[in-house]
Write a protein that binds this ligand. Structure first.
Ligand SMILES: Nc1ncnc2c1ncn2[C@@H]1O[C@H](COP(=O)(O)OP(=O)(O)OP(=O)(O)O)[C@@H](O)[C@H]1O
Ligand SMILES: [Mg+2]
Length: 363
């Protein structure tokens, strides 16, 4: 950071005042102020998160050190200055220096501070907006599904109890062992159906929340996966160490990550690398509720991807492409995430499948 930029950064920040700074940080849109040399003077919390850097480290840096300033973005900045008028660009693809890609709706406004022409950038990732409405839809669908399963389970389990009891009584009355084989079949099948209904209902235990460090949960799953695969699967970590602890049920979260990771292992046919990534998302809406801070865990595998035909029903129970799969792993994981007020999303293409667990971190 050069001394001049440092000075103007301090001036710009102190001139903002506490209330303005707070308002700026509450915005869901990203806001960045550049000086005439394209040094970053101010950036709000949303911009900090998206650009994956803290204001303290980024301030005074040239924008080009953070974002790949391709021709389109470069000409937008020039245009706004030359015309002295705000320029708007929808669905602009940008690549951060970290390699992360975003599709942004961007407004560049020229602002004169003193004699120098500054640029105010306001942008919102478009994918995120779409994700929010998808979240809403998915949330509703999951809630309806849970209700149907609960109703169905009740209707199925009651008569099953009766059938099993009757078969037991009948078995006692039967002398011939060959006939008792039939009553055994009835009871075994009843037990199988009961177990299936129980699995459809998801984990019966209530949540036992306590303060959880998500990285401890991930480390536990990493160890399990690596041991299960006898070392042919490795798990790479990309953790945000600043993520605070939050209230959740660690055993049930372990189950979620494990179910998703085991699918990844199966997709990789037992060999390759899975990545666990953690990030904080600020001002994020889940199930119609806005949360200040949401923990996002990505589980990424370079396998062949989810078969297209099952993608729309991926989180429904009994959806599987595996001959011996019950198709329950993801529906159970989604149920647990919902109980925590969270959600699991999935994006998949051949060579890149990413499941994201989003859990609100309240308090
Ligand atoms: N990482 C992944 N890559 C490719 N396909 C996947 C991945 N994760 C899930 N799938 C697909 O989604 C389906 C559903 O997964 P889910 O975990 O719910 O059930 P399952 O693995 O088939 O059975 P179960 O987990 O109950 O033993 C899988 O059968 C598989 O086709
Ligand atoms: Mg599975």
């Amino acid at each position: 950071m050069n001394a001049m930029a440092d000075k103007s950064l301090k001036e710009a920040t102190s001139e903002l005042g506490d209330t303005s700074r707070m308002l700026l940080d509450q915005l869901a849109s990203c806001v960045v102020l550049l000086d005439e040399n394209r040094n970053i003077l101010v950036l709000n919390t949303a911009a900090e998160t998206l650009l994956e850097m803290s204001a303290a480290r980024i301030g005074g840096n040239d924008l080009a050190q953070v974002i790949d300033l391709d021709d389109t973005l470069d000409s937008l900045l020039i245009q706004a200055l030359e015309k002295n008028y705000p320029v708007v660009k929808r669905e602009l693809d940008v690549v951060l220096r970290s390699g992360q890609r975003y599709c942004l709706d961007l407004t560049v406004s020229p602002i004169n501070i003193g004699k120098a022409a500054h640029l105010l950038l306001e942008f919102t990732p478009v994918d995120r907006l779409n994700a929010i409405s998808e979240d809403e839809h998915m949330w509703q669908a999951q809630a309806s599904l849970r209700q149907i399963i609960r109703g169905l389970a009740h209707e199925v389990k009651n008569p099953l109890g009766g059938i099993r009891g009757a078969a037991q009584l009948l078995a006692r009355e039967l002398d011939a062992p060959t006939l008792r084989e039939y009553t055994d079949v009835i009871m075994e099948e009843v037990d199988r159906l009961r177990a299936l209904v129980d699995r459809l209902l998801g984990p019966r235990e209530r949540l036992h929340p306590r303060l959880v460090n998500i990285h401890e949960v991930l480390e536990r799953v990493k160890q399990l996966i690596e041991v299960e695969s006898a070392g042919t699967i490795s798990v790479a970590r990309d953790y945000d160490p600043s993520l605070p602890e939050f209230n959740a049920d660690p055993d049930q979260l372990t189950q979620v990550i494990l179910n998703i990771s085991r699918n990844a292992v199966q997709a990789l046919q037992g060999e390759g690398k899975i990545t666990f990534r953690t990030r904080a998302k600020r001002q994020y809406t889940l199930g119609g509720q806005r949360h200040k801070l949401v923990c996002a865990v990505d589980i990424i595998d370079p396998g062949p991807g989810i078969p297209e035909e099952i993608l729309p029903q991926l989180f429904l129970p009994m959806v599987s492409s595996r001959a011996r799969g019950a198709g329950l792993g993801l529906s159970i994981a989604q149920m647990i995430a919902n109980r925590h007020g969270g959600l699991i999303q999935c994006q998949s293409e051949p060579g890149d499948t990413c499941f994201t667990l989003l859990i609100p971190m309240e308090g």
